[in-house]
Design a protein around this ligand. Structure first.
Ligand SMILES: Cc1cc2nc3c(=O)[nH]c(=O)nc-3n(C[C@H](O)[C@H](O)[C@H](O)COP(=O)(O)OP(=O)(O)OC[C@H]3O[C@@H](n4cnc5c(N)ncnc54)[C@H](O)[C@@H]3O)c2cc1C
Length: 326
């Protein structure tokens, strides 16, 4: 095959939404390079999910099925996908830049003597080849990367870099493939998923986020913003000082040392907009900022800005949202 292979991600039969952003990237790249696109879902019992992919305007879909893929381990994922890549021989392998992909994809690329070009934000076409962009120095610079090595080349796509809803529907053929694995060489044997994972929040999958910063002044005021988040049906997130103070758990931190998010709505409350925060949320579709300082840098990237005291604005906005949604 000469073409693009897009690897999607599912867990217990539920899609990771970034799968469709990687798919959108693959379809766009396929059009620009005139290459066919194959989408792959791997796991156990994934034929239903594969049929869903078939309606997403790709040329082919692979359901990569194996007993050893039932519960994720990097060991089995690498072995199975290595088998598939050798079978299909794509030019590019595109993956969503999820935690799971960060876990296995560098090793997968190494199996082919390649590197993973990670967390890319876009590409241009130069002399018939893709030149990918990724950010450096916590978003201060964007650099271009062109592959010198022959295929296959491995690229992961940053959350929010491509719009999943840009996918059109069509119908592709689905094939089921069973990778040939030497199961005895798999060293990782999963146990039941870590219980705390059930409580952990994956902000990268959130459609709406209300994020709170140091403008909130003290821990006792956090419920004010939680109420606004609840009114919107949004996840609550925070800038680093809030998490450093222990006012919210670290898993809710957005930014260069926290999560990268790309919701449809990102409402920031009392956040100045330091570069380390912006780098984690500037892929958001619509940014609304509340800050009492009209010069706050967050307003440079906000689609809507409210200059005012959050202690006046937030309760009024919460009431208005509740009323509008009731
Ligand atoms: C290596 C490194 C990594 C980092 N990683 C991250 C990261 O991942 N995420 C992150 O967020 N930061 C990170 N930081 C910290 C970052 O540099 C900023 O210090 C931090 O983002 C500031 O948080 P803040 O906007 O909440 O606070 P501040 O910068 O103090 O801003 C508070 C804002 O609230 C406004 N305000 C105050 N009172 C009110 C009010 N009553 N009504 C309305 N507005 C009000 C102020 O005008 C101000 O703009 C990192 C820093 C370093 C050095």
């Amino acid at each position: 095959m000469s073409g693009i292979l897009v690897l999607t991600e599912q867990s217990s039969g539920a899609w990771h939404p970034m799968s469709f952003e990687a798919l959108a990237a693959g379809i766009q790249l396929g059009r620009d390079l005139s290459l066919p696109v194959t989408a792959c879902v791997f796991g156990r019992g994934v034929s239903g999910l594969a049929s869903e992919l078939a309606g997403r305007n790709v040329q082919a879909v692979v359901a990569l099925e194996h007993e050893a893929l039932g519960q994720y381990t990097a060991d089995a994922a690498v072995a199975a996908i290595e088998w598939l890549v050798r079978d299909l021989q794509p030019d590019y392998v595109l993956l969503p830049h999820t935690y799971q992909v960060r876990d296995f994809a560098p090793r997968l690329a190494t199996r082919f003597g390649r590197v993973l070009l990670s967390d890319t934000t876009g590409y241009t076409i130069e002399s018939g080849a893709a030149v990918f962009q990724r950010q450096l120095f916590q978003g201060k610079l964007t650099a271009d990367f062109a592959f010198q090595a022959p295929a296959p080349n491995f690229v992961s796509i940053q959350a929010g870099a491509f719009r999943a809803d840009a996918l059109e529907s069509d119908a592709a053929s689905v094939s089921e493939k069973a990778p040939v694995l030497n199961v005895s060489s798999l060293r990782q044997h999963p146990e039941a998923p870590f219980r705390e994972a059930a409580r952990a929040v994956d902000l990268s999958a959130a459609e709406r986020i209300v994020a709170v910063g140091r403008g909130i002044q003290e821990e006792g005021n956090i419920p004010l913003v939680q109420e606004l988040a609840d009114a919107f049906g949004a996840e609550l997130a925070a800038s680093r000082p809030i998490c450093d103070n222990g006012w919210l758990p670290m898993e809710r931190q957005v930014g260069s040392s926290g999560q990268t998010v790309a919701p449809k709505l990102y409402l920031s409350v009392g956040i100045s907009g330091a570069i380390q925060h912006l780098v984690g949320m500037k892929g958001s579709r619509c940014v609304v900022a509340i800050n009492k300082d009209p010069e706050a840098p967050i307003f440079e990237i906000a689609d809507y800005g409210i200059v005012g005291d959050l202690f006046d604005v937030v309760p009024a906005l919460t009431e208005a949202v509740k009323k509008a949604r009731s």
